[in-house]
Design a protein around this ligand. Structure first.
Ligand code: ADP
Ligand code: MG
Length: 269
């Protein structure tokens, strides 16, 4: 169990998550096919790929929403313990510090921005305890820190329903941050955002690396360019390529399966 595998590209950096030899079929169709993926502690990784490549299923497998047919998903603890996530339930994986943000925002619209964050702090305690919740100074401090990070300090007393689409997405990222996750999984955060909101989202995600480990799925190539560190390209449930944005952008196979469809051929070397 405690034999962490090492990503050949990052041999000296501790891994936080290893996905090894994972496959998953739905009615005979291989949505995930021998997937190997290694995430470093504190890394910000972007995952791209055409529709149906298996990106969301990949997140479903990490978070325990879907169980793989084959392979292992291992969370590496800071003190050298490994945890096999494929044996755990969704809420147990969440409690280990893996938070996920789905594509559409799901904030409590008739509550204030502040109360949304209180609710997310208390999520593990349940609604009953939240009713009698007495705010502590450290909770308040934590919430204000999160509000600052997601740049919603000026909207603290406003109803979440009155926020713009982009601001709702940031609030939801804030709700994850309030729980101080080790790994954040974020599915297409820039979808439906204005250019300005997209850029601010990129800045927000960049500000989270090192403190958290992040996997960000995205389609918008301008956005990927802004936040790219190491980029992984998924195709037919398998890692087609990974490397820098420049490297994957000019890779002929990547262009064929992904970029080519978007007509971005002109930028290749
Ligand atoms: P992406 O997020 O990259 O667009 P998905 O992971 O959503 O791709 O889907 C990958 C493939 O797996 C698709 O062909 C999809 O139809 C299929 N798939 C995903 N989840 C299920 C499911 N629960 N049941 C059946 N097919 C599924
Ligand atoms: Mg998807």
């Amino acid at each position: 169990m405690s034999n962490p595998q090492h990503n050949p590209l990052y041999r000296d950096t501790p891994l936080i998550l290893s996905v090894s030899g994972v496959s998953k079929s739905f009615d005979g169709f291989k949505a995930i096919n021998d997937l190997n993926f290694y995430l470093e502690e504190g890394e910000l990784r972007t995952v791209i790929g055409p529709n149906g490549a298996g990106k969301s299923t990949f997140m479903d497998i990490i978070t325990g929403r879907t169980r793989p047919d084959l392979g292992t998903v291992t969370l590496h603890d800071n003190d050298g313990h490994d945890m096999d996530l494929t044996k755990l339930r969704e809420y147990e994986i969440n409690r280990l510090g893996i938070g996920r943000k789905f594509q559409t925002p799901s904030v409590y619209k008739s509550h204030t921005v502040y109360d949304n964050l209180v609710l997310s702090l208390n999520r593990p305690r349940g609604v009953f305890k939240t009713l009698f919740y007495k705010e502590t100074a450290s909770d308040r401090e934590r919430i204000m820190e999160v509000l600052k990070t997601v740049r919603l300090e000026s909207r603290v007393k406003d109803l979440a329903g009155s926020l713009s689409h982009g601001q709702k997405q940031w609030l939801e990222i804030g709700m994850l941050l309030a729980q101080d996750p080790r790994i954040l999984l974020i599915d297409e955060p820039a979808a439906g955002m204005s250019d300005e909101e997209t850029e601010r989202t990129g800045e927000l995600l960049l500000s989270l690396e090192k403190k958290h480990s992040l996997i960000v799925i995205e389609h918008d190539m301008e956005f990927i360019r802004q936040i790219a560190r190491k980029v992984t390209v998924l195709h037919q449930g398998h890692v087609l390529k990974d490397g820098t944005f420049e490297k994957v952008k000019s890779d002929p196979q990547v262009i064929e399966v992904y970029l080519g469809r978007q007509g971005k051929k002109s930028e290749t070397k």
